[in-house]
Design a protein. Sequence first.
Length: 366
Amino acid sequence: MRRESGGCFHRYWHKNVEKTNRSISFCGKLSFWIWTMTTMANKLQETIWKETIMKKISVLIPCYNEQENVEAISKAVLETLTRDLPQYDYELVFIDNDSTDETRPILRRLCAENPKIKAIFNARNFGQFNSPYYGMLQVTGDCVIEMVADFQDPVDMIPKYVKAWEEGYKIVIGIKTSSKENKIMYALRSFYYKTIKKLSDVEQIEHFTGSGLYDRDFIEVLRKLDDPTPFLRGIVAELGYKRKEIPYEQPKRRAGKTHNNFYRLYDAAMLSVTSYTKAGLRLATFVGAISAFLSMVVAIVYLVMKLVWWDRFPAGMAPMLIGMLFLGSVQIFFIGMVGEYVLSINQRVMHRPLVVEEERLNFEEK
């Protein structure tokens, strides 16, 4: 009897233990399933929140032979965004204008390390205006902040731009009130801005380099323009929304050599003149008319003096040569000015693409 009772007890105990183990196993699987589903739901909720509620800031940095600066500017921008603007999603986009140094390998490494860093490699150098303009049309954020790679556009301007954007401004731009660059260059720039401002048919913004924040609505305006030779500084003044201007002191270039030689500055000046003024053509007309009138007056005076004092007034060759050289130089100058306008028209008529891409990194395939 005792053995039978013990056997029954053991069978009962083992059966209950098995039930308990099955219950524990079931509870563990259920708990793991609940935890997995909760984690997935939280991630999905976070993704939906980012896509539907969290605004996205795109920072665009055009570069050309900036191997000393691209990694440093990348680090500085990311630190500013994560520290001062954590409530925003972001992307950092570099557009490289066919650099010949180590800029591209460095950008490849940065893109491999961080999917939020993106890069566009141009097939060749398409100029200092086309490349940034094209880059602005490729970003995916609710706004785009454009700045140069050499730190001459201060990184700490980013939170100021965003604050003004949240106040309702669709365009927020930086205005240089002073500069640590060469004093002579700054004075020449000031003279140029004041001159073009007086000659232009539309408003011109003094000491505006293009750095600033642009809302997606304004980017759509740029997209519709379809201009093969865009001049952003003029477009902002002519077609832009109500804007806010934030002053700053331009620091020295962090490293490397500037790429703004005389030819590039001249090209920028001529693009501004031919795009937004009639002054060159009007000046040619006025100077030509005035020169013709003065030449006629001098010729008549010369003729009268020769007739009155024919035996004492030597005509000579010097006055004729001086007059010919003066009129010839005036003609050549204004032929060149007219040529600049014709060149501008020709570039627009050919309607070539802004940029031809060689490669892009970390962009989603369309």
